[in-house]
Design a protein around this ligand. Sequence first.
Ligand code: HSE
Length: 303
Amino acid sequence: MKSVTLRVPATSANCGPGFDTLGLACTYYNEVTYEITEDRGFKLEVEGEGSEYLKPHGRNLAFLSFFRVWNAVHDNVRIGLKIIMKNRIPMSRGMGSSSAAIVAGLYAANCLCDNHFSKDELLNMATEIEGHPDNVAPALYGGFTISFMQGDKAHTLKIIPEKPLKFIAVVPDRKLATSLARAALPKEVPHKDAVFNSSHACLLVGALMSGKYEYIGEALEDKLHQPYRAHLIPGLYDVFAAAKKAGAYNGIISGAGSTIMAYAPIDADHEAIAQAMMAALEAKGETGVYHILDLDTEGVKEI
Ligand code: HSE
């Protein structure tokens, strides 16, 4: 029997203005064990998120992504597979749960196939399955990632900010399906909004790399997706305002939502920011939980 256990980080895509491009990995993890078994068939044990409804079948991303790698390496070697998940990353909240499942499956299979594929090859497989690279890239590489497509090939550039900063994630109990959040976006945007976003995305990367964090608050502003999704996340702008008032640089929708994430100076009162954000959310009749997080710089790894 062969097995591998790994941890895979939660991720936050878009980072404000970098729609479908920027992403970051944070210190909040799922742990997954993949075990090749003698008896054929699929088994799944889930603790935590998704334990009520995840099932062991070939359409489950954890199995599908594993066999994307396994079947590419082995011709006609039929195996049984048992997956044991300890899931902390919430589903349908913009924290990269589907990317974590995809990256875990690909990476686990690759470990069990003597690292047949490079990380860049795994990125391309993950992007094919997920549809866009902005969550799968930081789940694989860690850090902040700038992802882009060249034709149908995904690439990513990883950056580690000059100085640390903190992320306060307020995770509403209200789920938001990515498909619904993407359906809320317009097919076309005004040219001036595109210019606004390209300037702000560049500014964000520049601020992170130079350590000029006085620009981060402005750099996190967005006109490409947040204004169109705000009605799906009650209290969004109140939570942003509360975070800033309590000392954060600014807030953003994490991925497609519903999580609202504030970026904050390392020496701010992170607990006070979290409490202020939660109070603003709850004032709208919403409930949720919060996490105070750091940047994960490693991405998926065997443990
Ligand atoms: N960039 C994606 C979006 C992330 O905002 O729709 C969610 O998959």
